[in-house]
Design a protein around this ligand. Sequence first.
Ligand SMILES: [Zn+2]
Ligand SMILES: [Zn+2]
Length: 267
Amino acid sequence: MLRRTLVVAGAIALFGVFASAAMANHAWGTYHWGRTANPVPLTVIDTTSSAWTSYVVTAVADWDSSTVLGLTKTTGTANKRCAAVSGKIQVCNSTYGNNGWLGLASIWTASGTTHIAQATTKLNDTYFNTSTYNNPNEKAHVACQEIGHDFGLNHQDESGADFNTCMDYFSNTGTNASSTDGTHPNKGDSDQLLCIYDPNTSGRTLNSTSTTGRAHACTGTGHVDTSNSWSKTGAGLVARPGSENVLVTHSGRITKITIVRYANPIH
Ligand SMILES: [Zn+2]
Ligand SMILES: [Zn+2]
């Protein structure tokens, strides 16, 4: 079975840019874990080194507080590529190079659906080993954001403004290194998970305001599915010809968004 790969990278913020507009919702497309009932029973395999353990533990606990997610954290090992594990979220760290991203979340969808079948989070120590990024608040922000993407969440904001959610591009570096804003999800994120996964929100709008005064609203599309997407086993994990990879990268003050459409399967 072919699966397509979508990649988004993230957490990574701009300085001195402020936006007043709130995003109406921050679902990542219509991607979600297909499941027959809530909460979604997901295993998060933590393969990170000890320098990341506490941040992964906190992020998983934060996301697990959602009523629609039932997370179990385990530990394991992975190769540098952080090859995905069917039906699970795998979290890795390594020195992935000066490639412009601090963290990268990837989801694979079951062929022909928007149902997530497996996902990974990669944390790039090439940057986190430097004094600029080797900061507890920035590490917490990025770990929380990339794991959040793996549930089908996008960013609440990409301007660099402080929404006090890990799903924004506020950067806990430089003069903001001591700020703990953005180190956890906020009410807008838990609302968005309900809008995606909870059938009781279908057609209803959930509103909230963050501690930094930023509004969030989403209208529910929640439903349950006829099968669990992770039970669909796939033979090779390749990008479907013509499928889209969305790559959002950020380094320092520069945010780069690249959409790559591959002509051939990527192995
Ligand atoms: Zn991101
Ligand atoms: Zn569905």
